[in-house]
Every structure is written in C-alpha cells, then in structure tokens.
Unconditional design. Sequence first.
Length: 142
Amino acid sequence: MFPCVLVYNYGEIMEINTIGLTAAITAFLSIWIGHVAVRKIEAASPVIWIPTVASILLGLVTEYCSLLTNNLHLKTAFGIIGVTLLWDALEFTRQQKRIIKGHAPANPNNPRHARILANSNFHATTHDLLKREPSGKRFTHN
C-alpha cells in the first residue's frame, strides 16, 4: 500500500518507507524557496496585499490538490508546499515590519519602501546586514 524500498538484511526482507524522505526534501526546498521569494517579492511589490492574496490562493489550491490525489508522495509534497505558501502569505506582512524596524533592507526604488525610508519615526535602512564582512564591532550606518 505504501511506497517502499525492499532491503535485504541478513536474508530478511525489510521495507523502508520513503515518505519521510519525500517530506524532508519537500520541506527543505519549499521553506528555502519561500524564504527567498518573500524577500524578493516584498522588495519589488509596490503593494503588499497582491502577493499576500496570491500566496493564500496558491496555498489553498495546493492543499486542495493534496486532498484530491491518491499518491501518498504527492499528498505529502502538496500538503507541505501548501502550508508553506500559506505561511509565506503571513511573512509578507512580517517582512514589511522587519523593514520598518531596520532589521531587513528597504528598496529605495520601491514607492512603498521610499515612504517608509522618508518617515523619521521608522528605523528603516537600505543596508543589507547579511551582506557585510564581520568586523566584531557594532554596525553603524556611516
């Protein structure tokens, strides 16, 4: 019933379930791609609601596909990808809050980010703290 690999161990046949491998690879890749996509899309999008709604819709469609298929590997992959897309919808708003706090770089060419950079109440910066050489000293914007 379950997809498995037959292994011979000292003359005994053992079944190894490969669903865990499918789940691990899907989770790793979907979280990695989702993290990068949220940063890139949020930096380029002039309004935040469009990628948020798109991510929600894609997540719901992917979850529905998970319910429709009979293949256990596809069910697993679709389920994980769907939940990741739904979580990414939340992350678009959280990424904008990180930009306002100065924890993530703002894109001065994006009108939404330009407004954030112009507001003196926010701590937004264009410096990407992930792209610097570690010096062992506190970072300053000079």
